[in-house]
Design a protein around this ligand. Structure first.
Ligand code: HXC
Ligand code: NAP
Length: 268
């Protein structure tokens, strides 16, 4: 974990913070001294995440909720504000994904991902607004390369995450004068995550994916946590409305051209 950032006396709330990338972000903030709240559907995952964050020495709180339930989101944020005051950092990272062709997907399948990723982010940001520190709060939406690179089997995620990034840009505009910064992080393929397990379910698929990353490796959840801390630190005090890819160059190259580069430069 990083020793570079100090979030002592700061408060962070991470929606979807109980596993994978978002738990990695929670671990980073907890290790840097922050009080951290996490929320997701499974009470077991919430309890395990809180216990792990407490083991890191942080004060931690957990809420079992679905981001599609606006009342539950509002209630959790109000309860946390009652306990710990205004939020310094809000991370909206709850998401769902499964590989499916658009013409074979049911309308409800497409809707379920849009409801969780895009509408869920709107619910979280809208409900958090009264509780964000003004000035000074940092809001981070967890996006994906699918927001700007079309991918087969991902029409629902591409549409939802593109919407999330426009929400980032719009709210950076609306909230900028209040001293609230709003940014997205677009992680590349991150190892040991549910997302990668679903999109690259076997070794051959993992290897093919790894080769499309210009840096030729998967990322770690802690590397997304480092980026989240950077965006929430004074070092990024004038950074708002950006979509920051943290992806070993994946987004710059696009999957196709990175694979082409690898084939043209086999001995590099
Ligand atoms: C086709 C599917 C499907 C599949 C579900 N559905 N899985 N359709 N292929 N594999 C359909 C169902 O049939 C149903 O439609 C509709 O989707 C809703 O399904 P439910 O199971 O009722 O939904 P729910 O219980 O709300 O679960 C939401 C979920 C689920 C998204 C479907 O997978 C989930 O909870 N995911 C959370 C964890 C996750 O996905 N983590 C990875 C995030 S990674 P019908 O018509 O039958 O009612 C990520 C980006 C990764 O976001 C990027 C990597 C580079
Ligand atoms: P993950 O472990 O499944 O993380 C998703 C989190 O959101 C879990 O804590 C999950 O917990 C929660 N969640 C899901 N649906 C929810 C809902 N309706 N309401 C509340 N919480 C909900 O998957 P991950 O791969 O680490 O993905 C984390 C984030 O990174 C997502 O935003 C994803 O789009 C993004 N991302 C991932 C990758 C990657 O390589 N994995 C790449 C780019 C972007 P519960 O099941 O308890 O609800």
């Amino acid at each position: 974990m990083s020793a570079t950032f100090d979030f002592t006396d700061k408060q962070v709330f991470i929606f979807g913070g109980t596993s994978g990338i978002n738990l990695g972000i929670a671990r980073c903030f907890a290790s840097a001294g922050a009080r951290v709240a996490v929320a997701s559907r499974s009470q077991d995952k919430v309890d395990a995440a809180v216990a792990e964050l407490e083991q890191l020495g942080a004060q931690a709180d957990g809420y079992s909720l679905d981001v599609r339930d606006t009342d539950a989101v509002e209630a959790a944020l109000a309860a946390q504000a009652e306990k710990a005051g205004a939020l310094d950092v809000l991370v909206s990272g709850a998401a769902g994904n499964f590989p499916a062709l658009a013409h074979k997907m049911s309308p409800n399948a497409f809707k379920s991902v849009v409801d969780i990723d895009l509408l869920g982010s709107f619910h979280v940001l809208r409900a958090a607004f009264p509780h964000l520190k003004k000035p000074g709060a940092s809001v981070i939406n967890i996006s994906a390369p699918q927001a700007f690179i079309a991918m087969p089997l991902q029409s629902h995620v591409c549409a939802a995450k593109a919407g999330v990034d426009m929400l980032t840009r719009t709210l950076a505009l609306e909230w900028g004068a209040l001293g609230i910064r709003v940014n997205s992080i677009a992680p590349g393929p991150i190892d040991d995550t549910e997302g990668m397990a679903r999109l690259a379910p076997n070794e051959a698929a993992r290897e093919a994916c790894r080769k499309t990353v210009p840096m030729q490796r998967f990322g770690a959840a802690s590397e997304i946590g480092e980026a989240a801390m950077f965006l929430s630190s004074d070092a990024a005090a004038y950074v708002s409305g950006v979509v920051l890819p943290v992806d070993g160059g994946w987004a710059v190259a696009g999957a196709g051209s990175a694979a082409l580069a690898a084939s043209l430069m086999p001995n590099m």
